[in-house]
Design a protein around this ligand. Structure first.
Ligand SMILES: [Zn+2]
Length: 368
């Protein structure tokens, strides 16, 4: 059974350190979950991913349902064996991609009909179907199907959206209780756009149904950063404090530190992996682009003091050379460093919370 314990709390902020126990191992929170959309964190083997310290990854229901499909994944009794990753996996519901990638998606009470972005084939994603696919993936954490509301949206449309999300969450829970292995968990997604009143209604309605964890969706969808933080600041305390709180799709390292201060426990974002493939590397002094000609003769590692495999063994000059030549090793070495950077940031955050030094950590991190 997935359970969550809080092991330490900051006295001056809402930051907390916790332990999320799953069938595939325990996860120390706050945690960053690398994105493995197509049953792979792009360019890394699971062993390399483990070496970065990654504890849990995110898989993508929409993509895996379309290709390779449950018919293939069922042969391996789920994603873990299929992709040779024995740590926990969280999968999203597929809803976000249906809205953002699929052609002609159309929403009704029953679910979302859409055409595959790959071959134009027609499908329907209902709350029950989203749960069924995630059961096939054997996700440690299944996400409920929600309506992703575009930004900006009117109050009326956003209100209709959260009401539908609540009804879908009820259907997901029923289907999950009837069909899923009880060792795994079901999380819901709080919506409500940039309207505090609706965020509160959504959090209350989902809290009443009761889930193992609570995500906040619909942030970082084009709104200014101060509004994103204001909505997160308002919404996080409305979620049950005994459960993990997951802010979906965020963010920069500084965003994550701020969101931890507001009470968030779990994060996922394509930024470290996608940026690595574009040559953008995170360092303790900010981001650098490895293609910059300054680095042509630079014999230092990407980030002095970083203990990742890339920084222990390679110079900026070599990594720039690989990147400029579009050598495949460039993507792998850059990704190892960026994931290690995020994972190590989370470890530093957790240590600071446990030593009751988080506020000082945040002040230094976010003001330099
Ligand atoms: Zn490094």
């Amino acid at each position: 059974m997935v359970d969550f314990k809080i092991v330490s709390e900051s006295k001056t902020t809402r930051a907390r350190a916790g332990l999320l126990n799953t069938l595939h191992g325990s996860v120390e929170t706050p945690v960053f979950m690398p994105v493995g959309t197509l049953a792979t964190v792009k360019s890394l083997s699971p062993e390399e991913l483990t070496d970065t310290g990654a504890q849990i990854i995110v898989g993508n229901t929409y993509h895996l349902y379309l290709r390779p499909g449950c018919e293939v994944i069922n042969l391996f009794s789920g994603l873990h064996r299929f992709m040779h990753w024995d740590r926990p996996i969280l999968t999203d519901s597929g809803g976000f991609q249906v809205f953002s990638l699929a052609k002609l998606s159309k929403i009704s009470e029953e679910g979302i009909t859409f055409q595959s972005h790959i071959d134009g084939s027609r499908h329907m994603l209902t709350p029950e179907k989203a749960v069924e696919i995630q059961i096939c993936l054997n996700s440690d954490i299944t996400m409920c199907l929600d309506e992703c509301i575009k930004y900006p949206a009117s109050f009326g449309d956003t209100k209709n959206g959260i009401e539908l999300t609540t009804r879908w969450a009820q259907r997901c829970k029923k289907s999950w209780e009837e069909n899923a292995q009880k060792e795994n968990a079901l999380f819901c997604v709080v919506q409500g756009g940039m309207f505090k009143e609706l965020r509160e209604m959504s959090a209350d309605a989902l809290g009443e149904i009761g889930f193992s964890g609570y995500a906040i969706g619909g942030l970082s969808v084009g709104e200014p950063k101060d509004i994103m933080l204001e909505i997160a600041d308002f919404t996080l305390p409305k979620l049950p404090d005994t459960k993990p709180k997951y802010v979906m799709g965020l963010g920069t390292p500084a965003d994550i530190v701020e969101l931890v201060a507001l009470g968030a426990d779990m994060f996922d974002c394509v930024m470290p992996t996608r940026n690595a493939r574009n040559g953008q590397m995170f360092t303790k002094d900010g981001t650098i682009n490895i293609s910059n000609s300054h680095f042509k003769c630079d014999t230092d590692p990407i980030d002095s003091g970083c203990l990742c495999y890339t920084c222990r063994n390679y110079s900026r000059a070599y990594l720039r050379h690989l990147f400029m030549e579009k050598e495949l090793l460039a993507y792998r070495l850059n990704t190892i460093h960026n994931i290690h950077y995020y994972v190590n940031l989370m470890k530093s955050i957790r240590t600071a919370i446990c030593n009751d030094e988080f506020e000082a950590f945040r002040n230094i991190y976010c003001n330099t």
